[in-house]
Design a protein around this ligand. Structure first.
Ligand SMILES: [Zn+2]
Length: 305
């Protein structure tokens, strides 16, 4: 199997200096706040204008609030924050999700958005200390939480998940449909890395569990953040020489299908296949496998879940 070209991964294009050294400099953070670019984030949604992130100068939003204003970094002499609000403020801003605006954003703004969303999701779900159950507070400009009772520090979580494009020796690919997805919505296989497991072993286990086939070759393709809510997707392609063993596990995966390129073109044309969104690793792996014509032939049917 010839290794595939590096994937174009839409959410992995960050161009921002995270400037971690500045997170603990409170005087600096206060001084740059009034002229900083601040995006608002509330319940998975960003402040937007015409499908772009809407930044407001900090000075127009009142003073810097260390509990809700997280420092995202620097780019071209500009500084960036996200203000994380728990309350719905939809009357003031046009709020949109990353899956709605992801394909319209510049590399700079993609990097800011995935950082902001991953951070905000973590803060929202981890208000208490995991050691003593007491309340924690935000420190280091949003990069850390600290327990008020035992002083322990808590860092944002990123959950490793593998995603794999399974091929056979005739260059067909195997896609699966989860029970919870709509009819005809298929994607590549994916799963969380378990404690003590390597990425490669996770790939082998997940594919065997969900689709019944054993893999013979595994190649790494790339990675991209997937902050829905806190994953990092690690992408592989793999080959099986026992395609006839493929069967759905019946629990997570209800249906599986092998596709040649012409099968896929036909399935899109007759509306019997719905693919994942273009910002996803799965879609980019399928497009890279399909090759010439993917941009036009695979357009149309797509769905988030
Ligand atoms: Zn504690």
């Amino acid at each position: 199997m010839a290794p595939q070209k590096p994937l174009k991964l839409p959410l992995a294009v960050a161009k921002v200096d995270r400037a971690a050294r500045l997170r603990t400099d409170k005087a600096y953070l206060k001084s740059i706040w009034p002229t900083s670019n601040v995006m608002i984030f509330v319940n998975e949604r960003f402040s937007t204008e015409q499908n772009q992130l809407l930044f407001t100068p900090g000075g127009l939003l009142g003073s810097y609030q260390s509990a809700t204003d997280y420092f995202l970094g620097l780019k071209d002499d500009q500084t960036f924050f996200v203000r994380h609000l728990a309350e719905d403020i939809q009357s003031e801003y046009e709020l949109k999700t990353l899956r709605e605006i992801g394909t319209f954003l510049s590399p700079r703004d993609i990097g800011l958005a995935v950082h902001a969303q991953g951070l905000a999701n973590w803060h929202q779900k981890h208000p208490m200390c995991s050691q003593c159950g007491g309340p924690t507070v935000v420190i280091s400009a949003g990069a850390v939480r600290k327990c008020l009772a035992d002083n322990s520090e808590h860092y944002p979580r990123t959950d490793g998940a593998i995603i794999v494009l399974v091929k056979d020796e005739t260059d067909r690919i195997l896609l699966g449909r989860q029970k919870v997805w709509p009819k005809n919505r298929f994607s590549t296989f994916a799963g969380f890395v378990e404690p003590g497991e390597s990425f490669e072993n996770c790939v082998i286990r997940e594919v065997e569990e969900e689709a019944g086939v054993k893999l013979t070759q595994i190649n790494y393709l790339g990675s991209q953040p997937w902050p829905f809510p806190a994953s990092l997707m690690i992408a592989f392609e793999a080959v099986t020489n026992t395609p006839e063993l493929a069967r759905p596990d019946g629990e997570e995966i209800e249906e599986i299908r092998w596709f040649s390129k012409s099968d896929m073109k036909q399935a899109i044309l007759n509306n019997s296949l719905i693919l994942p969104l273009e910002i996803s690793v799965a879609r980019q792996m399928i497009q890279a496998w399909y090759g010439d014509g993917a941009d036009t032939d695979l357009k149309g049917n797509e769905s988030w879940r």
